[in-house]
Write a protein that binds this ligand. Structure first.
Ligand SMILES: C[S@@+](CC[C@H](N)C(=O)[O-])C[C@H]1O[C@@H](n2cnc3c(N)ncnc32)[C@H](O)[C@@H]1O
Length: 191
């Protein structure tokens, strides 16, 4: 990602979150190349209505929201730990992106029922065993040509992925394929 693509406040906030995340073991953030990949994907697709499952301290949210903002859009991001969400909120503010990020605190299943959509970009990065349930919940709220990215397909290994991937890849209304960036991201497009 050329440095000129990101505004200076976003670059600064990303560096600060990365440093903060390195000082702890509960951030579980995506690596930089995965963030740059989603950022590029959003710019290329023109997505404006984003949804993130699993905010943590806001690292992936910064990559996603900065691209949505470029497209004139906004991000809804969900996290059950209020402490994490509040720290993420400070990072979003530092990046100048607070106005276009709606932080929801609570369980994803509950938060999803309160969201009407439509969404044209969704990042799935929370409790892996519930990922399929989440897809089923947000699927009716997806716009045509929506893009779903699911993290950690290659690492760490998770027992649930074969079923998850089979559902996505065998659905005639979806196109889904693995992109070996970061820890392995499944890229799914609504046809
Ligand atoms: C892998 S981390 C997210 C990392 C973040 N996307 C990033 O790259 O910076 C997963 C986050 O999801 C949150 N989480 C897990 N299960 C959840 C649930 N059922 N409802 C809401 N948040 C949940 C965890 O607290 C954790 O912060």
């Amino acid at each position: 990602m050329p440095a000129t693509e990101l505004d200076e406040p976003v670059r600064t906030a990303l560096a600060e979150v990365a440093a903060f995340n390195r000082s702890r073991d509960d951030a579980l953030a995506i690596p930089e190349e995965a963030g740059a990949f989603m950022h590029a994907l959003i710019l290329a697709s023109g997505a404006t209505r984003g949804l993130e499952l699993g905010t943590s301290y806001g690292y992936s949210g910064l990559w996603i929201a900065s691209a949505l903002h470029r497209n004139g859009g906004r991000l809804v991001t969900i996290e059950r730990e209020s402490r994490k969400s509040e720290i993420a909120g400070r990072h979003f503010e530092r990046a100048g992106l607070s106005e276009c990020i709606d932080r929801r605190i609570g369980a994803i299943a509950d938060a999803l029922s309160g969201l009407s959509g439509p969404f044209d970009f969704v990042f799935v990065d929370a409790d892996k065993e519930a990922s399929l349930d989440y897809v089923r919940r947000f699927r009716p709220k997806l716009a045509a040509r929506a893009v779903i990215v699911t993290d950690n397909i290659l690492h760490p290994p998770h027992f649930n992925w074969p079923e998850y991937l089979a559902v996505l890849r065998n659905d005639a209304n979806l196109f889904s394929t693995l992109v070996p960036v970061g820890n392995g991201m499944e890229l799914t497009i609504v046809r």
